[in-house]
Design a binder for this molecule. Structure first.
Ligand SMILES: Nc1ncnc2c1ncn2[C@@H]1O[C@H](COP(=O)(O)OP(=O)(O)OP(=O)(O)O)[C@@H](O)[C@H]1O
Ligand SMILES: [Mg+2]
Length: 246
């Protein structure tokens, strides 16, 4: 009996060790210099995000949420500190390695969509798939599937200016999912959208969570906050509270 208990305990401790850290940041600081003026948007934070975790970052406007997401996704370089993704230090990778890293590992859903205005909805979704060298027919097949998934099967040939805000956001989500990345970073993905689109996007995040994606999302949306495993309250560039749910 006691041997069994020992075995069980060992199994439990092995299981605990299996939790993989997807992102780790240490003493992260980001300063923006405008003339003589310096804004410290992220102020010496340390943080770990586990694989498959759904992390919500909330905080007032100007708190530094977008800046933090950009640093976590290696879109921007920190002024000080380090960012690791699966143990690999990404904060001092060169430009080219970072571009490949981002393409393979992360999907970004930005606060203001950033679709390429001269490409159609379908071409916008094909773009990141093209960059990793997939055949044209596969690029198109995946883009068609994803546009169906975000409920825009009949907007493939539309340019961004011919789409509503909610439709643009859904194309941006399809693009973020194009290479099926393990990490999804989203900046207020349901803000300023109509009820129906917000609800559609919320359910899509629920599905991504069920599919064990690692999700980091800046939001004030109660439905998305409900899905969180961890809530980080951010203010003035600092973590003022970190709550683990469950
Ligand atoms: N590129 C930049 N150059 C200079 N200052 C910047 C830049 N980007 C952000 N800042 C400043 O850094 C601070 C944090 O900005 P950030 O956009 O990260 O905040 P936020 O929490 O995302 O706000 P919001 O909720 O309004 O989106 C702000 O004071 C902002 O003015
Ligand atoms: Mg922001």
């Amino acid at each position: 009996m006691s041997i069994e208990n020992n075995i069980n305990n060992n199994q439990i401790s092995t299981k605990k060790k299996e939790l993989t850290i997807a992102i780790k940041v240490t003493n992260l600081t980001k300063d923006y210099e405008i003339g003589d003026f310096i804004v410290r948007a992220v102020d010496n934070i340390s943080l770990e995000i586990l694989e498959g975790e759904f992390v919500v970052i909330k905080g007032p406007s100007g708190a530094g949420k977008t800046t933090l997401l950009n640093l976590l996704g290696a879109l921007d370089k920190p002024t000080e500190g380090e960012v690791f993704s699966y143990g690999v230090k990404i904060s001092d990778m060169d430009h080219e390695s970072l571009a490949i890293f981002r393409l393979m590992n992360s999907g970004f859903i930005f606060q203001s969509y950033y679709l390429i205005s001269t490409l159609t909805a379908e071409e916008n979704v094909m773009f990141p798939i093209n960059l990793i060298g997939e055949k044209l027919e596969d690029q198109r097949r995946i883009a068609v599937e994803l546009l169906k998934k975000v409920n825009l099967p009949d907007r493939r040939e539309h340019f961004p200016f011919q789409l509503s805000s909610g439709e643009q956001q859904r194309v941006a989500i399809a693009r973020a999912l194009a290479n099926d990345p393990p990490l999804i970073l989203a900046d207020e993905p349901t803000a300023n959208l109509d009820k129906e689109t917000s609800s559609f996007i919320r359910n899509l995040f629920k599905e991504l969570k069920q599919n064990k994606k690692t999700i980091i999302i800046a939001t004030h949306d109660d439905f998305l906050i409900e899905l969180a495993d961890k809530i980080i309250s951010f203010e003035d560039g600092k973590i003022i509270n970190e709550t683990l749910i469950k």
